[in-house]
Design a protein around this ligand. Sequence first.
Ligand code: FAD
Length: 403
Amino acid sequence: MSGVVIVGAGQAGLQCAASLRDGGYHGAIALLGDEPHLPYQRPPLSKAVLLGKQGANEVALRDAAWFTDQRITFHPGLRATGIDRAARRVATARDDMAYDHLVLATGAHARSMVLPGAGRDGVLTLRGLDDALALKAALDAAQHVVVIGGGFIGLEVAAVAARLGRQVAVIESAPRLMARAVSTAMADAFLALHGAHGVTVRLSARVAAIEGAGRADAVRLADGTRLPADLVLLGVGAAPDATLAGAAGLPCPNGISVDADMRTPDARVFAIGDVAWHPNPHAGGHIRLESVQGAIDQAKCAASAILGHAQPYAALPWFWSDQFDAKLQIAGWGAGHDQAVPRGDPASGKFSVFLYRAGRLVAVESVNRAADHMLARRLLAAGRSVPPALASDLSADLKGLAA
Ligand code: FAD
């Protein structure tokens, strides 16, 4: 028995190792991570870590002793460089490793931009712990912060920077914020929230160049506007790290293609987490999820399949984002919705938006209404809907519907 080799020691890789042991797997488990750190949580990197409320040593998911206790061999700072599927071996910068099953949990990296000046000092991206520490140091020294990209990470960083008293501008090429992830109603509410905290948001705006003599000192827009910037964050999304799988001949249309058991067309090889292009019953097709919960659920699913009792991945996706005092929680998959029903008044800072596709509830977005979120998770997981008229009626008791 060669055991299981897991490439990528992030949320998904670690969970898979833990679930294999919890499920009674007795063989060897090797977890390879190309970062020098213990596996850690990424959500605090754009929130508490930047605010200085959580230190670098407080984000680890498990301490070193746990790996010893669990007989999981963790290889920090070791990158897998190739896969020989016929020989069932993974090449690394050190020795090759043999596997019975291989789990690819290589995640994603921050997208870069082809843009004049994108390589200047003071232009940063955020994906890993080292990025967050560099960004925090730069934020401490900055006065004018420009965030390119109005998605979750860009907006979370903008919120922190504004809280720290910096002048902040967000440049978004789409006509609204978080366009890929939330409804127009929710995007409008966050536009107002950022505006109320002094963040300048420019929608439908194109960046022409990042200017400066060596170091960035301004961002120039296509309409000629020049925004002062001693710190620029490129927050334009994440791209899956599927190079290893692609080079090994596995199909990678947008991430690594897997079936409902998170298995690639090679029965010995699985892919999970941000890198997995998987069939999602809630989305009605193949997607990649970039969420902690998705990584955890998919890791459990792959572990089950390796343990010989496959349970197809069907868990409800859910996600959260913290910006200023707004906790946004999203249950379900709202892309392609054709009706959005508000519950509560956005101006109150506590409201939800129920999203429907062809008359059926598909997702619920909530701001500071944790009870709505929990209820939505129960309803959607059970395949239940709520009539739109009830959803919008604050006096209606929705709990009965979920019971
Ligand atoms: P990752 O956590 O990216 O781990 C993959 C690991 O594999 C990395 O360490 C990578 O370096 C390593 N690797 C890649 N290639 C190799 C190789 N060849 N050899 C060895 N190692 C390799 N989700 C939420 O639900 N809520 C949030 O609020 C939230 N906030 C976020 C904030 C930030 C700043 C970021 C970056 C993400 C956030 N997410 C959030 C998303 C969530 O963190 C990810 O969905 C989750 O971490 C995905 O886990 P993963 O294991 O698939 O990938």
